[in-house]
Design a protein around this ligand. Structure first.
Ligand SMILES: Nc1ncnc2c1ncn2[C@@H]1O[C@H](COP(=O)(O)OP(=O)(O)O)[C@@H](O)[C@H]1O
Ligand SMILES: [Mg+2]
Length: 214
């Protein structure tokens, strides 16, 4: 039986996920709330090996369905081996990307059938759904300004149209599941964003959040 809270951070590259995850866990530490942090793809020994394949720029021949299955393989390992046991022990579990990234990247951007992706996401997570998902949203121009000079990985180096479809995919997820997925304006200051995120977390912890918006 799940007792802990499962919080995921999503959004296009450069939207501030890792920055906000760090700020969020700093606040959990201050509040003495036990937590575990994972990143996707990866988070387990096997998953980190899969991550290397997925992000390696020299893997130019990786086909879309191979990519989808590798992400799902990494996710299933992480969910069963680490996330579910941590939630059962009552911890807050934070994930820097989870299945919404598959919906946005492999579904909306690579145009793989969305109902197949939905089914696969459910299998790869044992039907686990985050309690709260923060979708950080920035424009493509802001993305360019933030990560333009970085050494880009295999998915980051996809063209602007691809990145636009990813962004639209995340926005579509928010429209479909507004009770779980919260869009956050990633162009605000880091401090403003982390206050907003913490506010939502405190509400859901008290059990107030879902009542309020229904
Ligand atoms: N709210 C913000 N305003 C301006 N720059 C930001 C903000 N949040 C993050 N950044 C910067 O943008 C870049 C990408 O942030 P990062 O947290 O690594 O994004 P992601 O993990 O989503 O790819 C970093 O250089 C970071 O310092
Ligand atoms: Mg990051």
């Amino acid at each position: 039986m799940k007792k802990g809270l499962f919080i995921t951070f999503e959004g296009i590259d450069g939207s501030g996920k890792t920055t906000q995850v760090k700020e969020f866990i700093r606040r959990l530490e201050i509040a003495s709330i036990p937590f575990l942090l994972f990143r996707e793809p990866g988070g387990t020994e096997i998953g980190e090996k899969v991550r290397k394949i997925l992000l390696d720029k020299s893997n130019t021949g990786l086909l879309p369905i191979t990519e989808l299955l590798l992400y799902s393989a990494s996710r299933y390992q992480l969910t069963c081996q680490s996330i579910i046991p941590a939630l059962e022990s009552g911890k807050v579990v934070i994930c820097d990307r989870f299945y919404d990234s598959t919906t946005a990247y492999q579904g909306y951007a690579r145009c793989i059938d969305l109902s197949f992706i939905e089914r696969l996401n459910s299998v790869a997570t044992e039907s686990l759904v985050p309690d709260l998902t923060f979708i950080l949203d920035i424009s493509l121009l802001e993305r360019e300004e933030r990560i333009g000079n970085k050494d880009l990985d295999r998915l980051e180096q996809e063209d602007i149209k691809f990145q636009e479809r990813v962004r639209e995919g995340f926005i579509a997820i928010v429209k479909k599941e507004p009770e779980r997925a919260i869009i956050i304006d990633g162009s605000k200051s880091s401090a403003e964003i982390s206050d907003e995120i913490w506010g939502y977390f405190i509400k859901i912890r008290k059990g107030e959040y879902n009542d309020e918006i229904l």
